[in-house]
Ligand binder design. Structure first.
Ligand code: HEM
Length: 470
């Protein structure tokens, strides 16, 4: 005997006491989900992210992205795991990233909820790219599409967001802009208030593809939505691919996710990022539409690249021992905690080591606890602030882990900007993170904690633990 229900997205869930029939595959002990991979729908609550999860075995490596970054498992490798996640039901960007060079973030407001809801089910959900689709070149769409909703967007769709138990999500990011150290007057006006109901993430190899897909979506939704803001982003050109605008390789250190990767790279730790999945303390109490979703914190962070470079030029380290260029490079590396190649300064304290930087089995394999001082890596280095790796104790507390999904936006620095050391073109990082750990305090434990308690803290993280700071 089976009970057959359909949720808002049209996703059928069948709870059976016996074996699943041909059209369904088992998920857990008593649940069968519709089997056809191409027609399955994905959980509505989004929050995307990226991440290049690891697989150390060469057979499992699909070559995407720079060598420094963890690689993704193949579909077969995930399915061969003991208890794999339902990657048909998880949007691509959360676990895998969109794997394309160009990306467009299209923020919208819902004007006609009934019409939007109908079109969401009939036209949009079939376009949404799942993790399983992105993992294989055979099923990767030309333009990948993911979608995320804000609290006001979910409310407009008549969903009870209090059931998510996340007060930060319900309040919206603008409400705590001051609390996390932002000057709200510097915010892009599009993000102030609560007008944004959702965002489409569209990724492809060309902008033409992206705009074609967006036109298709807009034509389906018609006047049920209006555009609030769009941000175009993309990998930097040539050898800078994978590097953010200051020039540093980004996306190296990412947590692994149980049920998605079999092996964890040295230095990687397992995190929990999905609602209703293992590790979620409220695994069975989320509304069905939220299961396999995650929380996305989206930030549009402007970077003043010519000014940053001038600062490095003006303050070289190692006077008398290093050339001014080497000294400036060392200062930048000590500010980030990695050289531009991605090599960690903890392992290569005096000069860049591009071979180490590109070696994913070594470039994340270090722990500050071994030395417990800042000779090799300053306490203030970006990577030490955002992941103290043992500074707070021998075992790492993974509660504050986030998966980062960042992509640069804005053009390359022009010669005129470089000469004048002054930014005249907006550029920076479209910074998405999924953080989930506790049903009540998910965003709070992840993004808010990192920004407020560690990044904004003028002292080292050790000052938060008096017993260890003496
Ligand atoms: C424009 C702003 C930012 C830039 C340019 C930037 C750049 C970088 C770079 C180059 C790395 C090292 C490479 C890697 O491990 O992926 C890194 C690591 C990291 N960043 Fe950022 N970042 C920015 C903002 C932030 C913010 C706002 C947060 C959190 C609130 C954050 C959290 C992290 C974390 C968690 C890591 C990994 C640390 C580790 O595990 O070693 N970043 N970032």
């Amino acid at each position: 005997m089976c009970s057959d229900t359909t949720d808002l997205t049209g996703r059928r869930k069948v709870k059976c006491t016996a074996k699943c029939s041909d059209k369904f595959t088992a998920k857990g002990k008593n649940t069968c989900v519709k089997a056809s991979r191409r027609h399955r729908t994905k959980s509505l609550l989004i929050s995307k992210t990226s991440l290049f999860l690891s697989e150390c075995l060469p057979d499992f490596h699909i070559p995407i992205g720079p060598a420094a970054l963890p690689v993704l498992p193949t579909l077969d490798a995930v399915e061969a795991l003991n208890d794999p996640l339902d990657i048909d039901n998880i949007q691509a960007d959360i676990l895998a990233g969109m794997l394309k060079k160009k990306e467009l973030f299209f923020f919208f407001s819902i004007q006609d909820a009934a019409r939007f809801k109908a079109k969401l089910v009939s036209d949009i959900v079939p376009l949404v790219t799942s993790t399983s689709e992105i993992l294989s070149v055979d099923t990767q769409p030309i333009t990948a599409v993911n979608i995320a909703f804000s609290n006001t967007g979910l409310v407009a769709l008549s969903l009870d967001t209090n059931a998510l138990g996340d007060s930060d999500f319900v309040a919206g990011q603008f409400s705590d802009a001051g609390q996390i150290g932002d000057d709200p007057s510097l915010w892009n006006p599009a993000f102030t208030g609560t007008n944004i109901h959702g965002v489409f993430l569209l990724a492809s190899d060309t902008l033409v593809n992206i705009h074609d897909q967006l036109a298709k979506i807009q034509s389906a939704l018609g006047s049920s939505v209006t555009e609030i803001h769009r941000l175009q982003a993309g990998a930097r050109p040539g050898p800078e691919e994978g590097h953010e605008h200051f020039g540093f390789m980004d996306g190296i250190s990412q947590p692994a996710v149980e049920g998605f990767t079999k092996l964890v790279l040295p230095g990687q730790t397992l995190g929990v990022f999905l609602l209703g999945e293992r590790g979620d303390p409220f695994q069975n109490s989320h509304p069905s539409w939220a299961v396999d979703g995650s929380f996305l914190v989206f930030r549009q962070l402007q970077q003043l690249v010519p000014e940053f470079n001038k600062f490095l030029t003006d303050h070289p380290l190692g006077a008398g021992k290093l050339t001014p260029e080497q000294g400036s490079e060392l200062l930048g590396a000590r500010m980030v905690g990695r050289w531009k190649s991605g090599a960690p300064i903890f392992l290569a304290p005096t000069a860049d080591d591009p071979v180490l930087g590109a070696d994913r089995t070594r470039n994340n394999d270090f722990n500050f606890f071994i030395k417990f001082n800042q000779t090799r890596c300053p306490f203030s280095a970006h990577i030490r602030k955002t992941r103290p790796r043992g500074d707070l104790g021998p075992s790492e507390d993974t509660k504050n882990f986030i998966i980062r999904s960042s992509i640069p936006y804005g053009e390359e620095v022009t010669p005129a900007e470089a000469d004048s050391h002054t930014t005249s073109v907006d550029r920076g990082l479209a910074f998405g993170k999924f953080s989930f750990f506790s049903y009540q305090t998910n965003i709070n434990n992840g993004f808010v904690f990192l920004q407020q308690s560690w990044i904004n803290n003028e002292r080292s993280v050790l000052s938060l633990v008096p017993a260890q700071s003496s």
